[in-house]
Write a protein that binds this ligand. Structure first.
Ligand SMILES: C[S@@+](CC[C@H](N)C(=O)[O-])C[C@H]1O[C@@H](n2cnc3c(N)ncnc32)[C@H](O)[C@@H]1O
Length: 797
């Protein structure tokens, strides 16, 4: 401390001796420089020491030393002097800061309007000084209309001032909103405007060229001085807009929007992109100036031209929506701007492009995924959801369900309601085995299983864009308080629900409706309540039954096959009860109809299989289905007959593999079931020209078949109806001469005892039928090509 004191004393003694120093030949150059600098800053003129421009060699020498003070003067001061000056300057700054903070703290701690006004006055002082600086022709060679700003300043004290717009008091929101408005919006793209980045001369416009003051021929020393002065002017030129912008933000924070707008405007007219953006926001929101969308767009355009990312994004959206039907050129420009904004890290632009490139008109899967990934990595929950859907459907990426689930989890964690719905449904389906179940469910759930599904899901965004309302925005418009969203006139900020991803759900995209999800949640919660309480009971049961374990194992292994068969029989038998059958058909049909992707047979089959995993089902099932596929491919029949349509699972399997001229006749005795089956077949994308469904008992249908097939013969028969009816129907088909000599017949033999008469009949006629194989209870018979037609007519009874 004593050292500092010593230094200060030393400096002060120097200052005290300043007068002689001013005139002294030894130290005058330092003073000259200070005077020169201040002159440049206040008036922009060269140092006016005209006497110094004349004189003899000695004088010239002195001037040379003056201009080269940096190196010629240094030897005259010791390092200690330099440090002393520095400390003195620091002390001075500290004192200034203290005074300033004194004022600030007073105004903050006492929110009394009077004191607040004092702080405002202090700010306005700085503001006025800056405006004065700007008014100097040297600093503002373009003649910025600061008189206009001055008039604003003049009426700032009175609340009725409206030179640039209405007063904020009646309409504007609370200051905190404004803080968000200016600070957050600005900082989205380029950080806090008060940060050091603001002082980057590159940010400020280089458009101001210092005035050429060297018209009169000057000596080299004058030129050097001019150069130094010009440098200072350049610094002032680049700093002033930055400072004005900062003052504008401070004004906006304190609720003085008119002053804020004036500062932004003055700064913007210097080409400072952040200020231009802020002016755009003012015009868009009507802060300190009358709301004007066109002006807002113009200032966004200017800021965008200066490389301001948020402005690029907003101006692009203006181009896309403001004029209803935009031209191809506008679209092109908008996309370029959006790409620029996305590259500069504007998350909304990234997400926007991701959706844009997924639409049919601009479809580019790689780009769509690339931008969605950028936005997702930047924490945009909706993009995480969309990217998850891309992975799920293999849209622009290798299909990967695990990644899809991970992305859904990220989106759900970030509060996206839609992702939460998907996950909760998956978890519920999986009954506590999240990952496995999720993957299985996803793979089978047709809502997600195709790329078309993604298209369907993203399409509403496009329809929003293309709808009549020119200001309808993509789902991300909420996240920036877009001025395009006219439905947000008073508050530019999104609601909490919107921010958490609740609102921008795309229509028809939620795979599970709310009621159902709630039910799922309820059931899941109940299970979670019950299961832990069962643990104790199960544990004791196991402990008690432990000695019986060997007996249980032996019994189960011995009768395993019988148990399986019994279970299957039970399932097959219960549908015979009318109510059981009706419930089974309705639930199967409803599940398939609601969850499959319409028009896609594979999706229909996947949905059937998913249903079969959790419910007893009468459908043929995937294992027997694959065997059926193999036979259909091999036989490639023109006419196929299926007895027992049920919900159309086997029908769809057959139809999708038939040759182009192939026809399916399918028979279902129950009219309601027949309707359900027909609907599913149609939903799978097949037409009545490819199949006919006869809603009557098989024995009646066989009598009608001739009118259906004409001269043709059935080359493939699938019997999956009433096992007791298999043999009579086979005999009827032979009798009517409906099956071809080399016809292949498949019988679903899950109920073996009932099929015994059929097996006896076939086994006793090796010359007529060959048993090819039996796979998963599906028996394949090959009719012998040489078998005489109608030989068994006598047996048919
Ligand atoms: C096991 S399901 C058929 C499953 C179907 N093939 C599939 O894979 O989805 C049996 C169906 O045959 C029907 N059915 C039973 N006896 C029938 C008969 N005599 N004539 C026509 N349909 C019959 C039942 O109503 C039932 O819908």
């Amino acid at each position: 401390m004593w050292r500092i004191q010593g230094l200060v004393c030393r400096v002060l003694s120097r200052c005290h001796a300043n007068a002689p120093l001013r005139v002294s030949q030894t130290h005058h150059h330092v003073e000259d420089d200070v005077r020169g600098t201040s002159t440049v800053l206040s008036t922009g003129l060269l140092p006016s020491d005209s006497s110094s421009q004349t004189g003899g060699n000695g004088e010239r020498q002195r001037r040379k030393r003056t201009s080269q003070f940096c190196y010629s003067g240094l030897p005259r001061y010791s390092a200690l002097d330099a440090v002393g000056w520095g400390v003195a300057a620091m002390l001075l700054m500290q004192i200034c800061r203290r005074i300033h903070s004194q004022f600030s703290s007073v105004s903050e701690s006492n929110a009394a309007p009077g004191l607040y006004r004092e702080a405002g006055l202090l700010q306005r002082c700085g503001y006025r000084v800056l405006l004065e600086i700007l008014s100097q022709q040297d600093v503002l060679p373009r003649g910025i209309p600061v008189n206009y700003l001055g008039s604003v300043q003049a009426i700032q004290g009175s609340s009725s001032g409206s030179t640039v717009g209405h007063t904020h008091s009646s309409e504007d929101p609370a200051p905190s909103h404004i803080e968000n408005l200016f600070l957050s919006n600005d900082s989205v793209q380029s950080g806090d405007p008060l940060s050091s980045s603001d002082c980057d001369p590159k940010d400020a416009s280089p458009s101001q060229t210092p005035k050429d003051n060297t018209k009169d021929p000057l000596c080299p020393e004058d030129e050097e001085l001019n150069g130094a002065a010009n440098n200072l002017k350049q610094i002032a030129d680049s700093s002033v807009p930055v400072i004005l912008n900062i003052i504008g933000i401070e004004n906006a924070k304190s609720g003085d929007y008119q002053a804020a707008f004036s500062c932004f405007l003055a700064s913007a007219q210097h080409g400072y992109s952040k200020a231009q953006f802020n002016v755009g926001v003012c015009y868009e929101k009507g802060r300190g100036v009358q709301r004007d969308k066109d002006q807002a767009a113009e200032f966004y355009r200017q800021a965008a031209a200066g490389g301001h990312g948020q402005a690029m994004y907003r101006y692009a959206k203006h181009l896309l929506y403001s004029r209803g039907q935009q031209s191809a050129e506008d679209t092109h420009t908008a996309i370029e701007l959006l790409e620029g904004a996305a590259a500069s890290g504007v998350r909304e632009a990234q997400a926007y492009l991701g959706v844009l490139f997924s639409q049919e008109s601009l479809r580019d899967e790689q780009k769509a995924v690339g931008y969605l990934r950028m936005a997702a990595e930047n924490g945009d929950s909706l993009s995480q959801l969309y990217l998850g859907q891309c992975y799920e459907c293999g849209f622009g990426v290798q299909q990967c369900f695990r990644t899809a689930v991970e992305l859904y989890q990220q989106a759900a964690k970030a509060g996206n309601q839609q992702a939460q719905n998907i996950l909760s449904a998956l978890y519920f389906t999986g009954r506590g085995v999240p990952e496995e179940a999720a993957l299985r469910s996803i793979r089978s759930a047709p809502c997600f299983s195709t790329r078309d599904a993604l298209q369907l899901r993203l399409r509403p965004s496009l329809s929003n864009m293309e709808s009549n309302s020119p200001f309808q925005a993509l789902p991300h418009s909420w996240s920036t308080g877009s001025f395009l969203a006219q439905s947000l006139p008073s508050s530019s900020l999104p609601s909490e629900r919107e921010r958490t991803g609740g609102s921008p759900q795309l229509p028809n995209s939620a795979p599970f409706n709310t009621k159902r999800t709630q039910k799922c949640f309820q059931l899941y919660a109940d299970l979670h309540f019950v299961i832990p309480r069962c643990h104790l009971f199960i544990m004791w049961f196991l402990v008690v039954s432990l000695p019986l374990l060997p007996v249980i194992i032996v019994t189960v292994t011995r009768y395993w096959g019988d148990l399986g068969a019994f279970y299957q029989r039970l399932l097959r038998a219960t549908p015979k009860l009318p109510w059981r059958a009706a419930v089974c058909v309705r639930s199967t049909h409803d599940f398939v109809f609601k969850n499959c992707t319409h028009g896609r047979s594979e999706s229909v089959l996947e949905t059937f299989d998913l249903y079969g995993q959790t419910h007893p089902s009468l459908s043929l099932g995937p294992q027997r289905g694959e065997f059926l596929d193999e036979v259909v491919r091999r036989v490639a029949p023109t006419w196929t007959l299926e007895l027992g349509t049920h919900c159309g699972y086997a029908s769809v399997r057959i139809l999708r593999l038939l040759p182009p001229a192939g026809q399916l006749l399918t028979v279902e005795r129950d009219a309601t079931t027949a309707d359900a089956g027909e609907e599913v077949i149609l939903v799978a994308g097949f037409k009545h020209s490819q199949f006919q469904l006869l809603a009557c008992p098989s024995k009646d249908a066989i009598l009608l078949l001739r009118t259906q097939v004409g001269e043709g013969l059935v080359q493939l028969v699938l019997m999956d109806h009433d096992v007791g009816q298999y043999l009579p129907d086979l005999l009827a088909l032979e009798r009517e001469g409906l099956i071809s000599p080399d016809c292949v017949l498949l019988f679903n033999l899950t109920n073996l005892p009932s099929a015994s008469n059929l097996l006896e009949h076939v086994g006793s006629r090796p010359e007529q039928y060959t048993v090819r194989r039996q796979v998963h209870g599906l028996l394949e018979l090959q009719r012998h090509p040489l078998a005489p037609q109608g030989q068994d007519k006598s047996q048919s009874g």
